[in-house]
Design a protein around this ligand. Structure first.
Ligand SMILES: C[S@@+](CC[C@H](N)C(=O)[O-])C[C@H]1O[C@@H](n2cnc3c(N)ncnc32)[C@H](O)[C@@H]1O
Length: 364
C-alpha cells in the first residue's frame, strides 16, 4: 500500500461496511465524499484494499488496528497470488466460505475456493461481431474462448471515459452474464421478454443479438433501475425495446405471448462472491430459502406468456442447490406443458468470471 491516507480511507470504508452498509456502497460513498481520492489510481488502491480485506477476513486478527489488518490482508493476497499452494485446500474450505454453504453445495470444487481468493477479471462485451476490432482499439484485451465479442480487459484505463464506451461500442459485463443472453439466442424479428431486466445488461445484449429488430419487453420492480436501463439503451443505440414496471405478481405488464422469456431472477449471488467478497459474510441461509420461494413464484407467473414452441430461460448468479437445480426440478414437475431443454451450472473457476446457473424449457 503506497500512502497511509489510502490505508486510512480504506479502514473507514471497512468500518462502515462492518456496521451494516454493503462494502461497494460504502466505498462509492467514501470515494465521492473524499475529494483527495478522485484520481483513478488512488480510487483503485482504496477499492483493492477494501475488497482484499474482506477476501482474507477469516485470516485476520480482529484485535489488530484496521490499518494493520488491511496491510496483513494485502500481504496474504500477494503471497497467494505468487504461490497458490501456500494455502491448503482444507484451510480454504474452512475460511474462504461461510459455514452454511456446505448444506447447499455437495462438493466445493477446490478450483472455486482458490478462485474466490483471487482478484476478479474485468470483462467487456463488444457489439456483435466487433470484438476483434474493439480489442485492437482498446489494447490489453483477450477474447473469451466462448465468445469473440467477450473480451477480458487487463489495462488500467478508466473504460467509462473511453470514446468507444461513450459511443456505445461496448458494455462492461461479466462473461457469465454474456453467456446467459447467448443461451437465449433470440433471432431478429422475434418478440422477447426480459422479465427481471434491472439496469438492462442483458436487455442490451438480447437486442444486439436481435440486430435491434423485433420487440423486447424489459420489466423490473425497480423504477430506478428501469430509468437507468433507458439511459444505457440510448447510449448503446438500442431501440427495439419497451420498458414497463412489474412487481413480480400475477398481474403481468402485457398480454403479449413471447417467442422467448428470460427470467434473470433475484438471487443470493454466491456466484459473485469473488467480485463482492463482503457479501460472503452478510448473505445467510435464510436469504437463500426466501429467494428460492420468490424465484419459483416468478417462474410460475411468466410461464403462461410463452407462445407454443417458445423458450423460457431461467438464470441466477448463484450456485446454491435451493436456488438452482431444486427450483428447476420443482418447476419442471409442476409444468407438464413445458419440456426441459438444458440445465447448466457454470463455476467461476471454469470461466474466470461469475458463477451462473442457466436452465432452459420449451413450451410444447
Ligand atoms: C439479477 S438482477 C437482474 C439483472 C439484469 N437482468 C441485468 O442483466 O443487468 C434481478 C432483478 O430482479 C428484480 N426483482 C427483484 N424482485 C423482483 C420481483 N419480485 N419482481 C420483479 N423484479 C424483481 C430486481 O430489481 C433486480 O433488478
Amino acid at each position: 500500500m503506497a500512502a497511509s491516507p489510502t490505508l486510512n480511507l480504506a479502514a473507514r470504508v471497512v468500518r462502515t461496511a462492518l456496521a451494516g452498509t454493503p462494502a461497494d456502497v460504502a466505498l462509492r460513498e467514501a470515494l465521492t465524499q473524499d475529494r483527495h481520492y478522485t484520481a483513478p489510481q488512488q480510487r483503485r488502491e482504496v477499492s483493492r484494499a477494501v475488497f482484499t480485506y474482506f477476501r482474507w477476513w477469516r485470516w485476520l486478527d480482529s484485535e489488530d488496528s484496521w490499518q494493520k489488518q488491511i496491510t496483513a490482508a494485502l500481504a496474504l493476497q500477494a503471497r497467494f497470488d505468487r504461490e497458490p499452494a501456500s494455502i491448503k485446500s482444507e484451510t480454504l474450505a474452512i475460511r474462504a466460505m461461510p459455514e452454511w454453504l456446505k448444506d447447499e453445495i455437495d462438493t466445493l470444487p477446490i478450483g472455486w475456493l482458490q478462485q474466490l481468493q483471487r482478484e476478479p477479471a474485468l470483462w467487456i462485451r463488444a457489439k456483435s461481431g466487433t470484438g476483434a476490432a474493439l480489442a485492437e482499439k482498446l489494447g490489453h484485451c483477450t477474447p473469451a474462448p466462448q465468445s469473440s465479442d467477450g473480451l477480458r480487459y487487463t489495462g488500467i484505463t478508466d473504460l467509462h471515459r473511453t470514446k468507444e464506451f461513450q459511443a456505445g461500442e461496448f458494455e462492461i459485463q461479466d462473461l457469465a452474464s454474456q453467456l446467459v443472453s447467448l443461451a437465449c439466442a433470440p433471432r431478429p424479428g422475434e418478440t422477447w421478454w426480459d422479465a427481471c431486466a434491472g439496469e438492462g445488461g442483458k436487455t442490451m445484449h438480447l437486442s444486439d443479438l436481435m440486430q435491434n429488430k423485433g420487440l423486447l419487453w424489459a420489466s423490473d420492480r425497480s423504477l430506478r433501475r428501469l430509468a437507468k436501463l433507458r439511459e444505457r439503451a440510448a447510449r448503446a443505440k438500442v431501440f427495439n425495446f419497451r420498458s414497463a414496471p412489474w412487481e413480480g405478481g400475477a398481474k403481468l405488464p402485457t398480454k403479449t405471448k413471447f417467442d422467448g422469456i428470460l427470467l434473470d431472477a433475484p438471487c443470493s449471488g454466491s456466484g459473485t462472491w469473488q467480485r463482492n467478497p463482503h457479501a460472503r459474510w452478510t448473505t445467510q441461509l435464510k436469504d437463500v430459502h426466501e429467494l428460492a420461494a420468490v424465484q419459483a413464484q416468478l417462474l410460475n407467473h411468466v410461464a403462461g406468456s410463452l407462445k407454443p414452441g417458445g423458450r423460457l430461460i431461467y438464470a441466477v448468479c448463484t450456485l446454491t442447490r435451493a436456488e438452482t437445480t431444486a427450483v428447476a426440478a420443482a418447476f419442471t414437475a409442476a409444468h407438464s406443458e413445458l419440456e426441459p431443454v438444458s440445465a447448466q451450472t457454470i463455476w467461476p473457476h471454469e470461466l474466470n468470471a461469475n458463477g451462473m446457473f442457466i436452465a432452459v424449457w420449451r413450451r410444447k
